[in-house]
Write a protein that binds this ligand. Structure first.
Ligand code: GRF
Length: 199
């Protein structure tokens, strides 16, 4: 499985995927890493590891389409089977998504469809849910909305704040992303309606 990773920040999910590949737990090759933020710690790490690492700063382009064209150009050279968004803080246009239908994955720090959008962990604490978690899903043209590959539940404790909950969810994110990619790499799958079925 040829895998491209798009990130904007810390890159701990990228790191978890990298480590899984290194220890032979994930049959994938990371063929390129792209960040829209020049200072992202994740892209610095990608460079250190020797990956084909690209900064494509959205601020350097006149509009979304021009930025995406450059991302597409780099992806075209890397020829990924799947694109993993790992803290990539840019919405993808419908035409971008269409081009890679059911080949773009995202991870979100809640049990979707609860708490889409930013600050999902703070939303969960504020709402008072007793269980939250994370979701790995295919990306469609709507925010945090595509068919679900893997979910992990995380109990919310009475003394949790957004920060402590986020830390426990993040541990599960790292396992969930590797699990989802591993399933795509090794199993047959199909989509029926919104359901991703592994066979
Ligand atoms: C994660 O919480 C992920 O669920 C969300 O953005 C965060 C990225 O963290 N989409 P990292 O950059 O992978 O450490």
């Amino acid at each position: 499985m040829r895998l491209a990773i798009l990130l904007s920040g810390r890159g701990s999910n990228f790191q978890a995927i990298h480590e899984a590949v290194q220890r032979g737990a994930l049959a994938a090759e990371i063929v390129c890493v792209i960040s829209n933020r020049p200072g992202a710690p994740g892209i610095q790490r990608a460079r250190e590891y020797g990956y084909d690492a690209h900064v494509i700063d959205h601020k350097a382009f006149p509009n979304r389409a021009a930025h995406e064209d450059e991302v597409l150009r780099v992806l075209g050279g890397a020829r990924p089977d799947f694109i993993a968004l790992a803290g990539y803080m840019r919405l993808l246009s419908a035409s971008f998504v269409e081009r890679f239908r059911h080949r773009i994955l995202n991870i979100h720090p809640s049990l979707l469809p609860a708490f889409p959008g930013v600050d999902a962990q703070a939303q969960a604490v504020a709402y008072g849910v007793k269980v939250s978690g994370c979701t790995v899903h295919f990306v469609d043209e709507h925010l945090d909305a595509g068919p679900i590959l893997v979910q992990r539940a995380v109990p919310v404790r009475d003394d949790d704040d957004a920060h402590t909950l986020a830390a426990r969810i993040l541990e599960q994110e790292h396992e969930a992303y590797v699990e989802a990619l591993g399933k795509l790499a090794t199993m047959q799958w199909k989509i029926e309606g919104r359901r991703v079925l592994f066979t």
